[in-house]
Write a protein that binds this ligand. Structure first.
Ligand code: AHR
Length: 627
């Protein structure tokens, strides 16, 4: 590769080049980035997932049962847990909760609360205990305010003196059997939070949010993915049931086989955007369930209004109905939404015809009429005809070779409709006898992103960067996976309750490199072909740095590179950052990190030429020091 990079003449780059996509899949929200530690905290359920006592066990011989009391905590949370003491041993009795496959315990404050109803005279004891050694890791007495006539919230803080050896720990709540009159106490909305990212109440798990922030992402696409759509009527993602006090959120059967608490709701998503400095890309429900039912044109108006109400809730002044609702919940300042995606993958499951015929045009027209500056994103590039002035969402789940073949895909695209690459990932290895992905169940999926896959994704992303005048940005999907229970592999970040054992995949490392070397304009190059080196050159006008980003795929030997940038003279210094791994099949796993990162300083020789060589299956950035 012998490249000369021009001083100008390229494309202005989208400021949102690398971003995030989030939906609750793989226990990535509940049991994941949503920092709540208590599993099944309010016994939420419905006809799809009836309420259960999942996560709870009796302590001291109590009898636990679900009750729908005539006076529930709220209409959203009709079910509570009755803790009966008749058969209990005398002394301390109560219940325990396992958390989401354990609870990591560190030396920090844990903020907890529970609601109780019943006649009780005595104090409660909240504690964290090791399931294995039975050691008490933290304990606090909670003065009782219980009453038989109303639900009363009790608050407490637990501060462990030392960190636990592992996450095999439970939360325990006990009380004195002798203090109970009436044979039992009823409990619900039992909650325990560690310190959250930027200390947001009801916020995000710190380690995961920090790992996301390290990618330097620029947008968040939410709340799905399939989880926006709902499997079957009536369980779409109702934004209005994800707001306000937790006691007013009923939860819903998520699309991925488990109950969502909706504690991570609409406002929490916007806080996520604020705290990580992300542009929100809000997906709205558009009349289509995953299992196929399509809302007829005559009935779509209700759902268009539902989306408009959501936008008014977020952006409206406090003199509007929904802006006032937002203010009444404690958020007088409006949020700003600049991007709205209409649905998700409406090309699938029989949705395409109605999407093209009326759903996308009707939503677009209605939203544009009120918010002319919002960028509308159609959920698939297959829509036909494409309404004027809209963008489209391109998804790609494929094999490494396919991603590399798509390096030039966007060079030939219809540039009048900007593209969001809202989901992509290499999900299966190359297969000589099958080029496309095998979607049948039992197909060989990668358990974790492989290095070959991550390099192929880099090739594809570099191809997107070359066209970043009309590529809005790209987000890997799915983003998160709880290793104890998941529905989709591979994922970008995997985790358990033990916050010290997160797996930052090979693709995370590749994205960290590309996302932290943003350019503001591409620069034309001469002197090279594409393959096995795939590259983009550019300039960042904030730092004054020139860059060359390269991925090497299917090279038979190291690739020698010599590159000069117009305007960069002999003696200039650059940092060459290269990512490699021991083999293409290797992957990061719990406790195993295969990606190797090297940084070297290179000086430009006569004529301002930088010379170096790049190994096969590498992703690199040469950044010339700017101002
Ligand atoms: O990322 C997993 C799923 O893949 C998303 O929910 C859906 O949009 C796509 O089919």
């Amino acid at each position: 590769l012998d490249l000369t990079v021009a001083a100008n003449g390229g494309n202005a780059t989208s400021p949102l080049q690398y971003g995030l996509m989030f939906e609750d899949i793989n226990f990535s929200g509940d049991g994941g980035i949503y920092a709540e530690l208590i599993r099944n905290r309010a016994f939420q359920g419905n006809t799809v997932h009836p309420s259960t006592l999942l996560g709870y066990s009796a302590v001291g011989g109590t009898t636990l049962s679900l009750k729908n009391l005539s006076q529930p905590l709220s209409s959203a949370l009709p079910t509570s847990m009755n803790v009966a003491v008749a058969k209990a041993s005398s002394g301390d009795v109560g219940f325990s909760n396992t958390g989401y496959w354990g609870i990591g315990v560190e030396v920090q404050d844990y903020t907890g609360s529970f609601w109780v109803k019943g006649s009780y005279d005595g104090s409660f004891t909240a504690s964290l205990k090791s399931d294995i050694t039975k050691e008490t890791l933290a304990s606090v007495q909670v003065p009782p305010k219980a009453s038989s006539s109303e639900w009363i919230q009790h608050n407490f803080t637990l501060t462990p003196a030392s960190a636990a050896q592992n996450s095999n720990n439970s939360f325990i709540l006990t009380f004195k059997k002798s203090g109970v009159t009436g044979g039992s106490l009823d409990f619900t909305l039992i909650s325990l939070f560690p310190p959250t990212y930027k200390n947001r109440p009801n916020g995000l798990r710190k380690d995961i949010a920090e790992a996301l922030k390290e990618l330097n992402p620029k947008f968040l696409r939410f709340p799905g993915g399939n989880n926006l759509e709902g499997d079957d009527p009536p369980y779409l993602w109702y934004w209005n049931e994800t707001i306000g006090p937790l006691k007013d959120r009923p939860g819903r059967p998520g699309t991925w086989g488990y109950q969502n608490t909706d504690g991570l709701g609409l406002i929490e998503y916007l806080h996520w955007c604020q705290d990580l400095e992300l542009e929100p890309i809000l997906a709205v429900w558009d009349g289509f369930y995953l299992s196929g039912p399509v809302t007829p044109q005559s009935e779509l108006g209700v759902w268009i209004q539902f989306a408009l109400d959501e936008l008014e809730f977020l952006m409206g002044s406090t003199s509007t109905k929904y802006g006032a609702l937002r203010a009444s919940l404690g958020y007088p300042e409006p949020f700003q939404i600049n991007y709205v995606e209409i649905g998700n993958e409406d090309n699938l499951g029989g949705g395409n015809a109605s999407y093209s015929a009326y759903r996308l045009p009707m939503f677009t027209e209605a939203i544009k009429a009120v918010y002319p500056d919002i960028t509308i994103i159609g959920s698939t590039p297959t829509v036909d005809p494409i309404p004027d002035h809209i963008s489209l969402d391109y998804h790609e789940y494929s094999r490494p070779d396919n991603f590399v073949r798509e390096f030039g895909l966007f060079d030939h695209y219809n540039r009048s409709h900007p593209i969001l690459i809202g989901e992509y990932a290499v999900i299966e290895p190359n297969n000589a006898s099958m080029a496309s992905v095998d979607w049948t169940s039992g197909a060989t999926r990668l358990a974790f992103p492989s290095w070959t896959g991550s390099v192929a994704e880099a090739v594809f992303l570099i191809g997107a960067e070359r066209n970043s005048d009309f590529i809005i940005g790209a987000s890997y999907a799915p983003t998160l996976q709880n290793l104890n229970s998941f529905q989709w592999v591979p994922d970008m970040i995997s985790f358990t309750a033990d916050t010290t054992k997160d797996v930052l995949s090979t693709s995370w490392h590749m994205l960290q490199l590309l996302g932290n070397h943003l350019i503001t304009e591409t620069l034309p190059t001469t002197g090279g072909n594409f393959g096995p080196a795939y590259y983009v050159a550019g300039y960042n006008n904030q730092t004054g740095s020139h860059m060359l980003k390269t991925a090497i795929y299917n090279a038979t030997a190291d690739v020698p590179v010599s590159v000069s940038f117009k305007g960069v003279s002999a003696g200039a210094t650059a940092t060459l950052s290269i990512l490699t791994a021991p083999s293409g099949d290797s992957y990061n796993n719990v406790g195993t990190q295969v990606v190797k990162s090297t940084n070297t300083t290179i000086k430009a020789s006569a004529g301002g030429v930088f010379k170096f060589s790049l190994p096969n299956l590498s992703v690199s950035v040469l950044e010339v020091q700017g101002r």
